[in-house]
Design a protein around this ligand. Structure first.
Ligand SMILES: Nc1ncnc2c1ncn2[C@@H]1O[C@H](COP(=O)(O)OP(=O)(O)O)[C@@H](O)[C@H]1O
Ligand SMILES: [Mg+2]
Length: 271
């Protein structure tokens, strides 16, 4: 069966996209569901968070989407320190937007390569920009997860992002059906944070607010250890919140493909 393909995206930088992509992908893999993480951001942070980067001359995600990498994914796939999680690293030597990719490049590759069916999920980390690699990611995806830091401009940022995503759905990918938002770096003591999260829930619907990740310095520490938080700090807030997010995504998006469900809403009830 074809995997569920999830982009983690927001035009704003520093909203926890790479942290979320890595912890969602690792969380799904830890549940025995083989997962492929594709890093489409030339910063390469998703790979680096797992201690991985493309070796000189090796095939990267950017080679694949410009078809310089050939017609199958396997030369680009790397093992990761997490069981059941494979990674395709970004080309960190490429400038942002400097990729000349065709919009359907990744989608066609994922459809054509039969090895892709060994995965239950493909998670794509994206750059904080409206560039060709974002189009490529959304054109390949069934679902998009939008991490946001609950600051006053976050709602407007999500609104703008949703306009792009809906346009890509209309023009390129009618299969892009599921949309979810996750608050990151959340401080539940902050009235402002709670208010912004409420606004997101009100504007986009409770079922679309698929989780909230509290602020946790251990998540930043993991970056230095090149491991997800689950084994390093299993009792931390970050581990607990990413476990809940993973469960919400699996129960919402892995069954049928078209909506975000009540299970996800249950998670958001704890915000
Ligand atoms: N929940 C969190 N609590 C504390 N720090 C976080 C949290 N999520 C992310 N960070 C930190 O915030 C910074 C930006 O996160 P990152 O995932 O790289 O964002 P993006 O990919 O959107 O630019 C990183 O230093 C990361 O360690
Ligand atoms: Mg990033």
């Amino acid at each position: 069966m074809a995997p569920v393909i999830i982009s983690v995206a927001n035009r704003k930088g520093g909203t926890g996209k790479s942290t979320t992509a890595v912890h969602l992908a690792a969380g799904i893999a830890r549940r025995g569901r083989r997962t492929l993480l594709i890093d489409l951001d030339t910063l390469g942070h998703a790979g680096l968070l797992l201690g991985l980067q493309a070796k000189p001359g090796s095939v990267t995600s950017h080679d694949l989407i410009t078809s310089a990498g050939g017609a199958d994914l396997s030369p680009a796939v790397m093992d990761s320190p997490v069981n059941g999680l494979d990674v395709i690293c970004a080309d960190r030597n490429r400038g942002p937007g400097e990729n000349g990719a065709k919009p359907l490049a990744l989608r066609n590759l994922l459809l054509a390569d039969e090895n892709v069916d060994r995965y239950e999920a493909v998670v794509i980390d994206t750059a904080p920009a409206y560039d060709q690699s974002l189009v490529v990611a959304l054109a390949a995806s069934d679902a998009v997860l939008i991490p946001f830091v609950p600051h006053p401009l976050a709602v407007e940022g999500i609104r703008q992002f949703m306009r792009i995503a809906l346009m890509i759905r209309m023009k390129l990918n009618p299969g892009l059906k599921s949309f979810g938002m996750v608050a990151t770096q959340m401080n539940q003591q902050s009235a402002l944070h709670r208010h912004v999260v409420e606004s997101v829930r009100h504007e986009f619907g409770a079922s679309r607010l698929v989780g909230a990740i509290r602020s946790d310095i251990q998540l930043a520490r993991c970056a230095a250890s090149h491991m997800p938080i689950y084994d390093l700090y299993p009792a931390s807030r970050g581990a607990s919140d990413y476990h809940l997010l993973t469960e919400a995504v699996i129960s919402g998006w892995f069954g049928t493909r078209d909506v975000v469900y009540a299970e996800a809403a249950k998670t958001s009830a704890r915000v």
